[in-house]
Design a protein around this ligand. Structure first.
Ligand SMILES: [Zn+2]
Length: 364
């Protein structure tokens, strides 16, 4: 096992801290054996945690505290939020779930596009994740495939790390400027969405499409049904792609149905604001944590493209209902930008005013 030993002098007297990497074939059972810990630690865990300790991802960094080479404590991350803490007290062992503490650092980057976006951002920041997050924020505004040379990009972001490993990045502000346009995006801490300097959201209420696709095999309207052999109203759009392609919620909302629905096969149905419901059908399956009553965010993966139900080949049937009536999904696409009003608008403006001042942001 690789051993990364960090000595944290101000913390340590006779204590020694090891930070180790969970190897690919390492098991929780082996871990207990290696530290001469009793098996009952495992047996006393609840079912959910038992499952988690059996699936600790390779590469997970865990922490062992020793006192004169005697085991004192272990911290093993189980997911992005929680870790298992095992403490030795006298001759007893206490195992409990505690939150993971991350280091958060605010960083700034000023980038000029010389080659291409991901290259120049990586060169300036060492991060690929930053490029993906930036593209996601401005995807309704900018075609990043044709971004002009000498475009200036400013980003202020928060980096969440643990033992020096970057775990997540949150962009707080970004601006993209060239001779054609100048866009700004501020993260509104109240709702987690990005708005411009006029409190208008950068993205519409809906994503343009719920899935990456190779082609559209059937549009909204009347069509001759290939399986039923009759003329029928096709009340959605069919997107063709490979089985397993992730399907995303097009807007924030609440799952009102997840399960089998006759000809539609495996589906997810989501209720959104302003009388909208979206339907994702013929799914192959669902990711973990997708269930009736669950609130989902725009862009979240809610299923995988499949061929279930009455279907002629792998595709996603995507339907949009507005106040009880199926409507053409293309009609909702770029419309419905969200503008903050009232209290939310006042709070947003007072937040960005301070943010602009604190960070010396040059306005347009
Ligand atoms: Zn369809």
């Amino acid at each position: 096992m690789k051993k990364l030993i960090f000595l944290i002098p101000f913390l340590l007297f006779a204590y020694k801290v090891d930070i180790k990497k969970w190897d690919k074939h390492y098991t929780f059972y082996q871990f207990l054996k290696d530290y001469k810990l009793p098996l009952k630690i495992y047996y006393n865990l609840n079912t959910k945690v038992k499952r988690e300790v059996r699936h600790i991802p390779a590469g997970t960094l865990y922490f062992i505290l020793k006192d004169n080479n005697n085991f004192k404590q272990a911290l093993i991350p189980l997911n992005s939020k929680n870790q298992l803490q095992i403490i030795k007290k006298n001759n007893n062992y206490i195992a409990k779930i505690v939150p993971i503490i991350y280091d958060t650092t605010q960083k700034k980057a000023s980038i000029t596009i010389h080659k291409y976006l991901s290259y120049d951002i990586y060169k300036a920041t060492g991060s690929n994740l930053l490029t993906r997050k930036l593209i996601n924020i401005f995807s309704d505004k900018i075609n990043f495939k044709t971004i002009p040379k000498n475009t200036k990009i400013n980003i202020i972001y928060e980096e969440k790390s643990r033992f020096g490993q970057v775990k997540d990045i949150k962009i707080l502000f970004a601006s993209i400027q060239n001779r054609f346009y100048h866009y700004m995006a501020f993260l509104n801490p109240k709702d987690g969405r990005y708005y411009d300097e006029h409190a208008k959201s950068l993205k519409g209420m809906f994503l343009t499409t719920p899935v990456r696709y190779k082609r559209i095999s059937s549009r909204f309207g009347l069509r001759f049904h290939p399986i039923l052999h009759k003329w029928r109203m096709h009340d959605g759009i069919d997107y063709v792609n490979r089985i397993g392609t992730p399907v995303h919620a097009v807007a924030d909302g609440k799952i009102i149905y997840k399960g089998w629905m006759k000809g539609y096969g495996r589906v997810v149905k989501i209720k959104h604001k302003n009388g909208y419901i979206t339907l994702y059908a013929h799914l192959h399956g669902w990711p973990r944590g997708i269930y009736n009553g669950k609130w989902v965010k725009q862009g979240q993966t809610i299923g995988y493209l499949g061929n279930s139900g009455l279907s002629t080949g792998p595709h996603l049937h995507f339907g949009v209902m507005h106040y009880g009536k199926w409507i053409n999904p293309t009609k909702i696409r770029k419309s419905s930008k969200i503008t903050l009003w009232g209290k939310a608008r006042r709070e947003y403006f007072s937040y960005i005013k301070k943010f602009i001042k604190d960070n010396n942001i040059a306005l347009k």
